[in-house]
Design a binder for this molecule. Structure first.
Ligand code: CTP
Length: 225
């Protein structure tokens, strides 16, 4: 099958030298890309700027802003069977980008931020889609309740909820602990483990769901014959 995976943070420029971003390391998305490749699948990895070595066999698309990530995802999504939106996309971007470096002044400054487009939501509501849509929910409180709301509102098939309140797991860490929420109301937990191990389990779950929900096995058989 063909995977599309987004990973890492986006950077929303303020001026030529400054940007708004977040602490995402990209480790979870890169681990999922690697696990899918190891299982013999094709991967398009759409990545914000991270300090990780991309898996050699992936088709890497490097992006910086949420708009670039949105466009890259929309270019390739319909060619894929499983879209995993692991990136920490900025929710807001500066209303305007200064073409020159903003100079220091002695008074307070405020930055006007406007909402970015929600990439996961746009895939979930894609008309007549034939691909599985997987989102992540990074939460610090009411983890499963907030994740269930995202699953419903963004019309995803699966949401992976992770608690990012602890420094020991989640963002920027090598380990994670996740709860998987399915559209049909089922839930499954993967207890604390290395992101690489969690990624392997997640890939199996995604393949199984895509096969059941979109009859993807038939697509593979007919492609081979
Ligand atoms: N996401 C996205 N585009 C955005 C914002 C988020 O595609 N502009 C995706 C993320 O890649 C992730 C999911 O939406 O798969 C949830 O992201 P998260 O940051 O947990 O939630 P938000 O929807 O941004 O809501 P909030 O920040 O209020 O928790």
């Amino acid at each position: 099958m063909k995977f599309l995976v987004t990973a890492g943070p986006t950077r929303e420029p303020i001026d030529p030298v400054r940007y708004v971003s977040n602490r995402s390391s990209g480790k979870m998305g890169y681990a999922i890309a690697e696990a899918a490749l190891d299982a013999g699948h094709d991967v398009i990895l759409i990545s914000g700027q991270v300090s990780l070595q991309p898996p050699r066999a992936a088709k890497l698309v490097s992006v910086s802003t949420s708009d670039e990530m949105f466009d890259a995802v929309h270019r390739d999504a319909s060619k894929c069977d499983i879209c995993v939106m692991c990136a920490a996309v900025a929710d807001y971007k500066p209303a305007s980008v200064s073409p020159t470096k903003i100079k220091k002044r002695s008074e307070n400054v405020s930055l006007e931020l406007i909402p970015t487009r929600d990439i996961l939501d746009s895939l979930g509501h894609w008309h007549d889609r034939r691909f599985l849509v997987v989102g992540f929910a990074a939460e610090t409180n009411d983890v499963e309740k907030n994740a269930a709301r995202k699953l419903r509102e963004k019309n995803c098939d699966i949401i992976i909820a992770n608690d990012v309140s602890s420094a020991k797991s989640g963002m920027d860490s090598d380990v994670n602990e996740v709860t998987i929420l399915f559209k049909n109301g089922e839930r499954q937990k993967i207890s604390r483990a290395q992101k690489k191990i969690i990624a392997r389990e997640l890939v199996k779950i995604f393949l199984n769901s895509a096969t059941i929900m979109f009859d993807k096995k038939d697509v593979m058989i007919s492609e081979r014959s």
